[in-house]
Design a protein around this ligand. Sequence first.
Ligand code: GRF
Length: 202
Amino acid sequence: KRLVVLVSGSGTNLQALLDAIAKTGAEAYGAEIVAVGADREGIEGLARAERAGLPTFVCRVKDHESRDEWDAALTEAVSAYEPDLVVSAGFMKIVGKEFLARFGGRFVNTHPALLPSFPGAHGVRDALAYGAKVTGCTVHFVDDGVDTGPIIAQGVVEVRDEDDESALHERIKEVERRLLVEVVGRIARNGYRIEGRKVVIL
Ligand code: GRF
């Protein structure tokens, strides 16, 4: 299976996928990353892709007349690599209708909270502020909402009294990277069915 990974930041989830595929071999893992895309320049996630010798592309909202034109451009940029699966690993933009029409049902996102709790761009901060005792991460298919698509897998992380946002996020990311690597490999190797809100991995 061909994967395109979308990033906006440090790309440690991308790195976890790269390392797993390099270690296991694309054949045995069931997938290879064919390109990495971002919504901004100069991020570590793109540097990681370049170090791995992968093609990269950047699709910035401000380079387009409208959000819909950006969405169309992103759809075109991703389509050029003919992915079977698109993985949002810290990609901080909400995709639009055209992207979902093209990749809906095969577009996976990882979120650093236990959805439906704490959706949105500050899931770690929100869980901490709320006083949650456990939080975690969620790997889910992307639908037309924000962090609302069918859940594939979740991992639980305890919140410690001394946690600040970055300490908690780092601990979540340790679980998240493992969960993403495991889930992407399984859905790539075995296939899956989405039945309403339920995801069944074959
Ligand atoms: C991840 O925790 C992801 O869930 C969140 O931002 C973080 C991205 O980390 N949206 P990285 O860029 O993969 O290191």
